[in-house]
Design a protein around this ligand. Structure first.
Ligand code: GDP
Ligand code: MG
Length: 422
């Protein structure tokens, strides 16, 4: 396959990780280009179950080179712990490379995230408290340490001192907290950054060479279109772009063209966190759907759930510039007599099918249609023509509304539980 991005067209957790794990059979390099350890990509294959956060989902393929690009929130503490725990797959400088231009997510980013969430109380916009918003704010203020600075100890020492002085203004004067000491911070850098040094390099040069050697490059995103900083449901977004058009920049190869953009959508909708979510079910209906769809989440927050939202999915595919779609989790709808779809929003008495301005979403009501269910297990099916007619009709309906071909349909979490179409 030519250079390809795998991105989310919904609110995240669409199953991007499982698609990356599957499709890396045809790639040499996988690059994570944005986000941090707040990602959770579950991959299940012959090596076991992987719960990946920062590591790209290509780590389970021997021979694939994985890169953390400059656009990533590089959390050394989370990464070092994650690298040590991968079902016996060794993470080495041969299969993982870290951009020297990636900024370090420091302990104070997580601390400020918590403090700000506590201050906001019920006005929170839904932080995962992994330090992501404070991290990207600091990066934009040019107040972060680049991974490559670890190779310039004198400069690093001075930089750490200046940043401590600056961050302590916020900790002490805004949040009334204890100041961070330079000594503590240097100990932290020693413990978690020293082990990463063999992995850090000029990944831009690596990728340019890979491209000229005709290596196949896959860009892996975190979260989905509705969480994009500019085009998502602001301010209930993340703090960086989640879009395919950001991939070349966040990966470190600004001029590279992406030939294919695979937008991943689930056969229903979920949203972890705050913000308007028009097709949301509530009460016992939501409980029943969470159980049916295996949507238990270990972050402590209940997964918000509802039927597939075609307004949001069409918009998501558009802003992602998707060239094709993958639909995941079709199998979990198999027990339903009827499959609901949110086909429009009712806003001020009118039915709309285009995504409105975020503030208007609060007033939108879902407009549902139903299609006949198939009422049999489809988990063992690997061929489009063997799918029940009702399941094919559902996939075709989504395809027509979104205006993108659905090229993959996944019917189970395991690597090979997939139906490929053409
Ligand atoms: P990501 O963040 O987009 O990579 O998605 P996650 O990994 O957070 O969430 C997707 C969840 O659905 C994971 O638990 C996967 O194992 C699971 N999953 C993915 N595809 C399928 C599928 O086709 N069927 C079922 N039953 N589960 C799936
Ligand atoms: Mg996830």
């Amino acid at each position: 396959m030519a250079s390809t991005a795998i991105v989310g067209v919904n609110w995240g957790d669409e199953g991007k990780g499982r698609m990356v794990d599957l499709l890396t059979e045809a790639f040499d390099v996988v690059v994570r280009f944005q986000g941090g350890a707040n990602a959770g990509h579950v991959v299940i294959n012959q090596f076991g179950k992987f719960d990946l956060h920062l590591l790209p989902s290509g780590v389970c393929r021997p021979g694939v080179v994985n890169i953390l690009g400059n656009g990533v929130a590089l959390d050394p503490e989370a990464l070092v712990k994650e690298m040590a725990n991968q079902n016996g797959i060794a993470i080495t400088p041969d299969n993982l490379k870290i951009s020297e231009r990636a900024s370090l997510l420091m302990p104070w980013h997580r601390q400020v995230d918590m403090l700000e969430e506590n201050r906001l109380k019920d006005k929170t916009t839904g932080s995962t408290k992994e330090g992501i918003a404070p991290f990207y704010s600091d990066k934009n203020q040019k107040k972060t340490i680049l991974a490559g600075e670890l190779f310039y100890p004198e400069r690093l020492k001075k930089h750490v001192k200046d940043l401590c002085t600056w961050k302590n203004l916020t900790l002490e004067k805004v949040y009334d907290e204890k100041p961070v000491s330079e000594k503590e911070l240097n100990a932290w850098l020693h413990e978690y950054c020293e082990p990463l040094k063999p992995y850090i390099q000029d990944t831009r040069a690596y990728l340019l060479k890979a491209e000229s050697d005709h290596k196949r490059i896959l860009f892996e995103a975190q979260l989905g279109a509705l969480r994009d900083l500019d085009f998502g449901v602001y301010p209930y977004t993340t703090s960086v772009s989640t879009l395919s058009s950001y991939a070349p920049i966040g990966a470190g190869v600004p001029g590279m063209e992406i030939d294919r953009v695979i937008g991943v959508t689930k056969a229903y909708s979920t949203c972890l966190g705050e913000g308007p979510f028009v097709c949301e079910y509530s009460g016992s209906e939501a409980e029943a759907w969470r159980e049916m769809c295996h949507e238990t989440h270990d972050s402590g927050r209940p997964v918000r759930i509802g039927p597939i939202d075609l307004v949001a999915t069409k918009y998501g595919a558009e802003v992602q510039a998707a060239t094709e779609l993958a639909m995941t989790k079709l199998d979990v709808l198999s027990e339903l007599d009827e499959i609901p779809l949110c086909v429009g929003y009712k806003l001020d008495g009118q039915v709309i099918t285009e995504m409105p301005f975020p503030a208007a979403l609060e007033k939108c009501e879902p407009v549902y249609e139903t299609m006949k269910g198939w009422k049999c297990s489809i988990s063992g099916i690997r061929n489009w023509w063997e799918l029940p007619e009702e399941a094919k009709a559902f996939v075709n309906r989504v395809e027509q509304t979104v205006g993108q071909v659905i090229r993959w349909i996944s019917v189970g979490p395991e690597r090979h539980s997939i139906i490929r179409r053409g």
